[in-house]
Design a protein around this ligand. Structure first.
Ligand SMILES: [Mg+2]
Length: 264
């Protein structure tokens, strides 16, 4: 208690930062409780679109970090919120899983059933991807639908492996249509930054973004005007940091090293 900290708000990526699969990374639980004891604002921000934020909050709580859904922001929730505001009533074709489809239904977006009559193709992590889904999406975009994605990640780290994420499907569709998508919603997009800053309700320079991926977590922190910390427990090695044009303010072996690095 009463420890003086360099930042007032702390935003954490989940996979590769707080946990790997079903295992908390060393120091995660202690670090979060010490930050909360010292009245820091703590939020969790993930690009992962295959569960709703309630599920991430439950998982964190089960693993020993008590968390409410309000403390979690994920790319499918931000996508649903953004589309309900920007494209109300749109007919959306989803390359994605059930939780994303449910999330869109909750904000009254309609699922497209006819590729010539589709307003938007939304690409996400989809472990049930088929030829038919790609074909529908391609035809819909050729017929004038806009095309967006929940997140740009190519893979998501797991304890023994990685799962293929939305970015790989984005790459396939971009190759097909020979142009970039209209918008990619997750980290490091402006859409994600705005939702995050609204929720933090703190000046960005008083907040620290901690994550394991340079091109999403660290890049977003920079774009948002926040401090940045890269942890080496996920997808990035020290060699990769050296080669990157985006440099984090702090490099930590694990989240366990965060508190000493931000204590003043
Ligand atoms: Mg990560």
């Amino acid at each position: 208690m009463g420890q003086s900290l360099k930042y007032r708000g702390y935003v954490f990526d989940l996979d590769g930062t707080i946990y790997l699969g079903d295992q908390l990374l060393p120091g995660a639980s202690e670090t979060i409780s010490r930050l909360r004891e010292n009245d820091a604002r703590v939020l969790f921000l993930t690009n992962k679109p295959i569960d709703r934020r309630e599920a991430y909050a439950e998982k964190l709580s089960r693993l020993g970090i008590p968390t409410s859904p309000d403390e979690v922001i994920n790319s499918s929730m931000v996508a649903a919120q953004y589309l309900s505001q920007q494209m109300p009533g749109a007919r959306v074709y989803v390359i994605g899983e059930k939780s994303l489809i449910d999330e869109l239904a909750d904000v009254n977006l309609t699922l497209a059933t006819d590729s010539s009559n589709t307003d938007l193709v939304l690409i996400s992590l989809d472990r049930t991807l088929t030829y038919e889904k790609l074909h529908f999406a391609y035809h819909a975009i050729k017929s004038g639908a806009r095309v967006m994605a929940t997140n740009p990640d190519l893979v998501c780290p797991m304890p023994d492996d990685e799962i293929i994420d939305a970015g790989a499907i984005v790459a396939a569709v971009e190759a097909l249509i020979r142009r970039p998508l209209d918008l990619i919603i997750g980290k490091p997009s402006r859409v994600m930054i705005q939702v995050l800053l609204d929720r933090l309700d703190l000046p960005p320079e008083t907040c620290l973004m901690t994550g394991d991926r340079i091109e999403t977590d660290i890049k977003m922190g920079h774009l948002a005007g926040m401090g940045t910390a890269l942890v080496l427990t996920g997808v990035t090695s020290r060699d990769q940091i050296k080669r990157s044009s985006t440099q984090p303010d702090l490099v930590l072996d694990t989240i366990h090293d965060l508190l000493p690095a931000v204590a003043t």
